[in-house]
Write a protein of this length. Structure first.
Length: 253
């Protein structure tokens, strides 16, 4: 049930953190993974890490906020020897960004950047590749949101709004695409050992760990495990769902 051999997957934000671990996890189980990120060095490192696993990861430059970049990304996939055309079986939207600050300190440029990366970008990726999934009556879409989008988060008001929007988008798209046998689900990480969190003061990280019932920060591979489940045949009868992977920090309905 966990065999992804021959499946073609897109993972955005795959140059580090959750995105990297997701790309490696899917490749380890046989998927051909197209790793999209603006960080070329990090993307190349992800490919390098996949080699001992016999993984098949293709690194491609991608700025999810730029339509021309998305088109170029798709064209590169289409020109790859590993696939026929731009056909994709699995889309995993991981790319995200935020900066913790009070809402009243947020500038219009900051707000637009947060919304572009965390909400509009993933929607644009799906909008481009979804028609082919609909035509084939098959596909798995997994969006990485955040528990901030479920219960809110002080200092992350715009980010929480974007991630909450991603949750609502996931549920609505799941209703629209179920008739085409396409599964659309959402994974909401809690505090996780990613570059974004590690950039925060140690005192803040310690407080977050103490707040988690398991008394530790999550690891990127633990989020990737949830993505693997949704990408596999084990989730064939699951769509429109939101799974928090937070060590019990968030127990939302």
């Amino acid at each position: 049930m966990l065999n992804l051999a021959g499946k073609r997957a897109i993972v955005t934000g795959a140059a580090s953190g959750i995105g990297r671990e997701t790309a490696l996890k899917l490749a380890r189980w046989g998927a051909i993974v197209f790793s999209g990120d603006i960080d070329a060095d990090g993307n190349a490192k992800t490919v390098e890490l996949s080699k001992p696993l016999d993984g098949n990861i293709v690194a491609i430059n991608l700025d999810i906020t730029n339509e021309d970049s998305i088109l170029s990304f798709a064209k590169t996939i289409g020109n790859s020897q590993d696939v026929e055309g731009e056909a994709i079986d699995i889309i995993v939207n991981v790319a995200g960004w935020d900066k913790i600050q009070p809402f009243l300190d947020a500038t219009p440029d900051f707000m637009n950047k947060v919304l572009d990366i965390n909400l509009k970008g993933p929607i644009n990726i799906i909008r481009y590749f979804l028609p082919e999934m609909v035509e084939r009556n098959s596909g798995k879409i997994i969006n990485i949101s955040s528990d901030a989008g479920r219960v809110g988060s002080m200092g992350e008001t715009i980010y929480a709004g974007a991630k909450g929007g991603m949750i609502a988008f996931t549920k609505s798209l799941a209703r629209e695409t179920a008739r085409h046998k396409i599964n659309v689900n959402c994974v909401c990480p809690g505090p996780t050992n990613t570059p974004l969190l590690m950039a925060q003061p140690e005192s803040m990280r310690e407080k977050l760990a103490k707040a988690v019932p398991f008394k530790r920060i999550g690891e990127p591979e633990e989020i990737a495990d949830a993505v693997l489940f949704f990408a596999s045949d084990m989730s064939n009868y699951i769509t429109g769902q939101v799974l928090s992977v937070s060590g019990g920090l968030t127990m939302a309905d």
